[in-house]
Design a protein around this ligand. Structure first.
Ligand code: NAD
Ligand code: TYD
Length: 355
């Protein structure tokens, strides 16, 4: 029996899509060597059903709290000593940030600064800020984002994430805090909230509802399977250098309309037909970034990380997961989300768009 002390993690936003996948990744890989506190406010996007399998795991604990409230984080850090902090907690959806930016400013900016202050006082070994390629803004037809690309965010969401990145940088420069920023491209996979493109299309095909494609569907995203993002974060946390930024990407660019058509085809093969007739072009998202594409050579060269799941396999696994977990999906669709959907799609686009 090993008497080695467990590595202690604070994972914020661990009840969300990527955070819950990351916590499960940690237990699958390091089981008895880790102890994890999942600190999450349980907003509309936080769902403890995502972590059911860990409920009886001795090294896992859930605490409800707000990263932007000093009272909540004060007691968290007073009562625990953490080796690692991984900050996933955020408002994460561009369309919601256009409807109302206030929670984005509070959680993504004020929350990150508050956590940085706590982590500094708590003397953590490493604070990893989970950021996004959206801080770089939009690309034209050519080129890739590198870690040196200028910050040029275009939505309230991406601007709030860029602001958080600058606060993380300032903590390093001013206080010598041990911090890392990772900037990842679009994730997909199990447990993603169905407001995002891929699970929204899967859910709507199941329900035989319109498939809303913004503009002409020509926008390009670089898709990465969520388990690969988790592995990259784990690598950066353990092997990365404080003060550095690491881009993470799938080298897997797709136009939105091609993704939608692919999902339709794959679901047709699984007995969910009729998808093509459901495609509905709706007015474009304001400030819609044309293209994201990541140069992930730094994390590969410096830390030896490369994704393991190719898109063909990842999208098939994702569709199969949603088809086998329809109670999870329907539970979300029938709750608060239905009000958002009504406001975002049914009221706004009622008399517009073409099939
Ligand atoms: P998500 O919306 O699924 O989950 C966010 C989680 O944060 C939820 O559990 C929510 O309850 C929690 N939360 C929100 N406000 C909080 C607060 N004030 N205090 C504590 N918890 C709070 O998001 P996601 O898609 O899992 O993204 C996680 C992180 O990864 C975000 O920081 C996001 O910017 C970043 N990211 C996401 C993607 C992507 O494609 N989804 C890509 C790159 C980076
Ligand atoms: P999304 O999943 O919201 O991620 P992000 O905006 O952060 O990249 O959207 C991915 C792409 O899909 C983006 O170009 C917007 C587009 N999109 C649609 O066409 N229809 C939709 O209903 C949604 C949610 C997104």
């Amino acid at each position: 029996m090993s008497s080695k002390r467990k590595q202690t993690y604070l994972v914020t936003g661990g009840a969300g899509f990527i955070g819950s996948n990351f916590i499960k990744y940690l237990f699958a890989k390091y089981r008895d060597a880790v102890s994890v506190v999942n600190f999450d406010l349980l907003t509309y996007a936080g769902n403890l059903d995502n972590l059911k399998e860990l409920e009886t795991e001795p090294g896992y604990r859930f605490l409800r709290g707000d990263i932007s409230k000093t009272a909540d984080t004060g007691s968290l850090f007073d009562e625990n000593s953490f080796d690692y902090v991984v900050n996933f907690a955020a408002e994460s959806h561009v369309d919601r940030s256009i409807l109302d930016s206030a929670p984005f400013i509070k959680t993504n900016i004020a929350g990150t600064q508050n956590l940085l202050d706590c982590a500094r006082r708590g003397g953590v070994k490493m604070f990893l800020q989970v950021s996004t390629d959206e801080v770089y803004g939009s690309l034209g037809g050519e080129g890739l984002f590198t870690e040196d690309s200028p910050l040029a965010p275009n939505s309230p969401y991406s601007a709030s994430k860029a602001a958080a990145d600058l606060l993380v940088r300032a903590a390093f420069k001013t206080y010598g805090s041990r911090v890392i920023i990772t900037r990842c491209s679009n994730n997909y996979g199990p447990f993603q909230f169905p407001e995002k493109l891929i699970p929204l299309m899967i859910a709507n095909i199941i329900k035989k509802k319109d498939l809303p494609v913004y503009g002409r569907g020509e926008n390009v995203r670089d898709w990465l399977y969520v388990a690969d993002h988790c592995a990259a974060i784990d690598t950066a946390l353990r092997e990365g250098t404080a003060g550095e930024i690491y881009n993470i990407g799938g080298n897997n660019e797709y136009k939105n309309i091609d993704i939608v058509n692919l999902i339709i085809d794959l679901m047709e093969k699984r007995g969910c037909g009729g998808g093509k007739s459901l495609i509905k072009y709706v007015p474009d998202r304001p400030g819609h970034d044309l293209r994201y594409a990541i140069d992930a050579s730094k994390i590969k060269k410096r830390l030896g990380f490369a994704p393991a799941v190719d898109f063909e396999r990842g999208i098939a696994m994702t569709i199969d997961w949603y088809l086998s977990n329809q109670p999870w999906l329907m539970n979300i669709i029938s709750g608060e989300y239905s009000r958002y959907y009504e406001e975002m799609y049914l009221t706004k686009y009622k008399n517009s768009g073409e099939k």
